[in-house]
Write a new protein. Structure first.
Length: 301
């Protein structure tokens, strides 16, 4: 796809994923701004297998600028989405493109608050984590799918994808982003909290029969809820998909594991918690997911 360098992307969230996308925007020659919790001027470093890139970068806070935002990529943690959007709400242009690139379903509560903007969700299998502040490991190549959440059509998503660093990241437009969101939700529900419970890397779950039994129960509950909601994603082979992800990300620590290890708030309410909220409304029992929620919340009191 040809690059469209006229669009300026504001990346909200300077963690591992936000920093990763900022670096690839830089490498692709795309104009961007990176907004973080704290201002920072210095080196941003991205490491991948046999490669390493560095650049000087200036990170602003949301209050450091009043410039209008026409293209926003939201890369914050799910639990920080509302605060993050509130911090830039007055700067969002009418008809601005807003892309939510996050785990979980935090965007569901945000979308009604942005009736004048064009809203999209992005689902990525790119794996990245922080070695140190602004020192990011790109641990695994993946794909990113972007689709409309409100009034836009696939053509709008296609034009949007052309303005992102698709020469370094595999980015594709899709019509039914809901299917991708639920697939990612299901995988996260089946993996993240289990890595917290067993204090291990993703791949180590494969060697723990009790963990695999719980994983299958979680998948069964996801299937029941998705079926009741008439989600179009085919979850018949969900366990196979989860095992494949565990193998391909075997050396990774899940984001939830990292959050618990660093005593940060987790995304559990927007993953297993979201599933259980839907299940309660539908009167579908989800004891395996609820047990994982209780475990993670107990550890992060």
């Amino acid at each position: 796809m040809p690059q469209n360098t006229t669009r300026h992307w504001t990346i909200l969230g300077a963690g591992s994923i936000g920093s990763l996308w900022a670096m690839y925007c830089y490498k692709a020659g795309l104009p961007f701004s990176l907004i973080g919790r704290k201002p920072y001027t210095g080196c941003l470093q991205i490491s991948a297998e046999h490669q390493q890139w560095q650049t000087d970068i200036s990170i602003q806070t949301a209050a450091d600028s009043s410039a209008s935002i026409t293209s926003l990529l939201v890369c914050t943690k799910a639990q920080d989405t509302q605060t993050a959007i509130d911090s830039v709400r007055t700067r969002l242009a009418k008809n601005a493109d807003v892309v939510f690139l996050q785990n979980g379903m935090a965007m569901e509560a945000i979308c009604p608050q942005l009736p004048e903007q064009n809203l999209f969700a992005a689902v990525t299998t790119e794996a990245a984590y922080q070695l140190a502040p602004y020192d990011i490991m790109h641990a695994g190549k993946g794909q990113t799918h972007i689709g409309p959440l409100n009034k836009q059509e696939k053509q709008a998503a296609q034009l949007l994808c052309q303005s992102l660093p698709n020469s370094y990241l595999e980015i594709q437009p899709v019509e039914n982003i809901s299917a991708y969101l639920w697939q990612k939700l299901a995988i996260n529900c089946a993996i993240n909290a289990l890595t917290v419970k067993y204090q291990c890397r993703n791949g180590e779950l494969l060697n723990k029969p009790e963990a695999l039994t719980t994983m299958r129960e979680v998948c069964k509950e996801v299937r029941a809820v998705a079926s009741a909601l008439k989600i179009t994603t085919n979850f018949s082979d969900l366990e196979v998909t989860v095992v494949s992800v565990l193998n391909s990300t075997a050396k990774n620590y899940s984001s939830m594991y990292q959050d618990v290890a660093q005593q940060r708030e987790t995304e559990i309410d927007y993953l297993n918690g979201y599933l259980c909220q839907q299940a309660e409304r539908l009167q579908i029992p989800c004891p395996a997911n609820q047990a994982l929620i209780d475990l993670v919340k107990e550890l992060t009191k």
